[in-house]
Design a protein. Structure first.
Length: 256
């Protein structure tokens, strides 16, 4: 039959499953498991505001577990709910966060493009063109191209990424970076970016700095360089491809 505590939880769960509009019982369960959800959210949070978002997402996972739980599964509700809560948190992180900094306009446009592609694909029964996506979202083609290109930065190279050094032995990025005093790490990181940027042309370097460090738009950069926004977009894509190739293929040489 289980403990008195478990029986009480099971009664609450049964009440909600039989009457989904029972707000009072739902609040009891939420309050009862608040500490559990907060504890799980804290594992993945990087900042206080982000933590609060994950708590709310975790609560969604908790209520989802309540709706699907069956005490005849033969295990406590907690052991059933925890994987569901963690799954919701990980899904939110995957869909709403970026591994590297990108301008706000790109972060906001990216999910809109995904929804637009899905809608237009269902409408036309084929993959939509850039022009069709831009028209649907009422933005420029350059904005679509920029977001799609930068969307590839959604996941950075893992710290466990393995590569060969000059002696053909395997090392991870974490092995190279190590654990240094914060000030030294900042100097080292600046030197690293300075080195990889030097592989670009002067104009490409200026575009990367203005877009990613000064947060200018392609149109603003184009005005400063007296070139079209489309030209800026092409140079930006070319520069990003070059940087990715350098990081992935010549990482050891650069850091040494």
């Amino acid at each position: 039959m289980g403990t008195k505590y478990q029986q009480q939880v099971y009664r609450w769960i049964k009440q909600i499953q039989e009457n989904p509009d029972d707000k009072e019982t739902r609040e009891k369960i939420v309050l009862h498991y608040t500490n559990l959800v907060r504890s799980l959210a804290r594992r993945y949070a990087k900042s206080y505001s982000f933590y609060e978002d994950l708590v709310q997402v975790g609560m969604v996972g908790l209520l989802s577990a309540v709706n699907r739980f069956d005490e005849h599964f033969g295990k406590p509700f907690e052991s059933f709910a925890v994987p569901t809560i963690i799954g919701e948190i990980k899904r939110y992180i995957r869909d709403h966060t970026w591994s590297v900094y990108v301008p706000r306009r790109v972060r906001e446009l990216n999910p809109k493009i995904n929804k637009a592609v899905e809608h237009l694909t269902n409408t036309y029964h084929r993959s939509p063109t850039i022009n069709e996506i831009a028209s649907y979202l009422e933005v420029t083609e350059e904005a679509i191209l920029e977001t799609l290109e930068m969307g590839r930065s959604y996941q950075a190279i893992s710290m466990d990424y393995q590569f060969k050094d000059s002696e053909n032995s395997s090392q991870s990025l974490l092995d190279i970076i190590g654990k240094q005093e914060k000030g030294f790490e900042e100097v080292q990181l600046k030197a690293f970016f300075k080195t990889i940027l030097s592989t670009l042309s002067e104009r490409e370097q200026q575009i990367i700095r203005q877009i990613y460090f000064e947060n200018l738009t392609q149109r603003e950069v184009g005005k400063q360089l007296s070139i079209s926004q489309m030209h800026v977009s092409r140079l930006q894509r070319k520069a990003l491809k070059r940087l990715r190739d350098v990081i992935r293929n010549d990482l050891t040489e650069i850091i040494d």
